[in-house]
Design a protein around this ligand. Structure first.
Ligand code: AMP
Ligand code: GLY
Length: 306
């Protein structure tokens, strides 16, 4: 029997997920909440007027509408515990629990986790006090530093600072002017990594990792690689910088290690795990984990060619 599926979110990523799900003969209808103009009325796809923040009302909606699977697009509902709440209410939901989604929702958690499991990443320190952060920056011996709000900031809470003064100013902006609200109560200061950046995503059931072809998104806001970093202005896939051998290395030393580590720590990770990776001269290192498909990466993914 063909299923009714609900996609949560409103971006290009969610349009892509709905579009692809609708192609399956196993899927009868795809609802998107809240959706966008592209998902409003397109064959099997339509938008649903239901709030995604009230999880018990959403669970009731899923039961009333006979939804057999919920697929969550963005990080905010995942960090807010949508998967645990819907699952406990008996609604099948694709994505990590809030505990597992900490790999994205707390950069401090992710860095500590990577150190515990020997997953390669930039050297770092976390601070809850701006003076301590600034005195560390002043004593640090890095040519450039990256200052990050630890919490969720829609991909904008990261400042690459080219001088110590710029890094201290970033700390002030995040911690004292609170430009990213509560997300900036803790800052992570880390070593600047040089190289090409790639997005390596996988599907996982908490044990097995099925990697997707690597993608690359264009981060800077303006043409000619100018302007501030964004969550991605466009993307392409597969990214030729990642050879087959390198993808095997990334799978073994990053993606599988992270999934095994979460399992060992009692917070099994299921859904999509996205590693933002810098290809440095010392090998691939993790810049960040995301607990979901990338946007725009989701829009360009395609099945492996071999
Ligand atoms: P994040 O949200 O941690 O991935 O950071 C957003 C973007 O900032 C990344 O996609 C990179 O382009 C850049 N970035 C973050 N951390 C570093 C780092 N340690 N070195 C160089 N660039 C970084
Ligand atoms: N394209 C980066 C992200 O989805 O976080």
């Amino acid at each position: 029997m063909a299923a009714r599926v609900l996609v949560i979110g409103s971006g290009g990523r969610e349009h892509t997920l709905a579009w692809k799900l609708a192609q399956s003969p196993q899927v009868k209808q795809v609802l998107v909440a809240p959706g966008n103009a592209g998902t409003a009325c397109a064959g099997k796809i339509s938008n649903a007027a239901v709030s995604v923040n009230d999880h018990s009302a959403l669970a009731q909606f899923c039961k009333d509408e006979k939804i057999e699977l919920v697929v969550v697009g963005p990080e905010a509902p995942l960090a807010a515990g949508i998967v645990g709440d819907l699952t406990s209410a008996g609604v099948r939901c694709f994505g990590p629990t809030a505990q597992a989604a900490q790999l994205e929702s707390s950069k401090k958690f992710a860095k500590e986790f990577m150190d515990r499991h020997e997953i390669p990443t930039a050297q770092w320190r976390a601070f809850t006090n701006p003076e301590d952060a600034c005195s560390f920056i002043t004593s640090a011996n890095f040519p450039a530093l990256v200052v990050k709000a630890s919490g969720l900031a829609a991909g904008k809470g990261v400042i690459v600072a080219k001088s110590q003064a710029e890094a201290c100013r970033a700390v002030q902006e995040i911690m004292q002017e609170k430009s990213f609200g509560a997300a900036g109560e803790t800052v992570v200061v880390e070593e600047f990594l040089e190289g090409e950046e790639v997005s390596c995503l996988c599907f996982t059931d908490g044990k097995t990792v099925a990697e997707m072809p690597p993608a690359q998104d264009h981060k800077r806001l303006l043409d000619g690689d100018e302007g501030p970093n964004t969550g991605g202005m466009g993307a392409y896939c597969p990214a030729p910088q990642v050879s087959k051998d390198l993808l095997v290395k990334i799978k073994n030393t990053i993606l599988q290690r992270a999934v095994d580590g979460m399992q060992q720590e009692g917070a099994p990770y299921t859904g999509i795990l996205y590693a933002g990776i810098m290809l440095t001269k010392d090998g691939p290192k993790v810049l960040e984990f995301n607990c979901r498909f990338g946007d725009p990466e989701c829009q360009v993914g395609h099945p492996p060619t071999s």
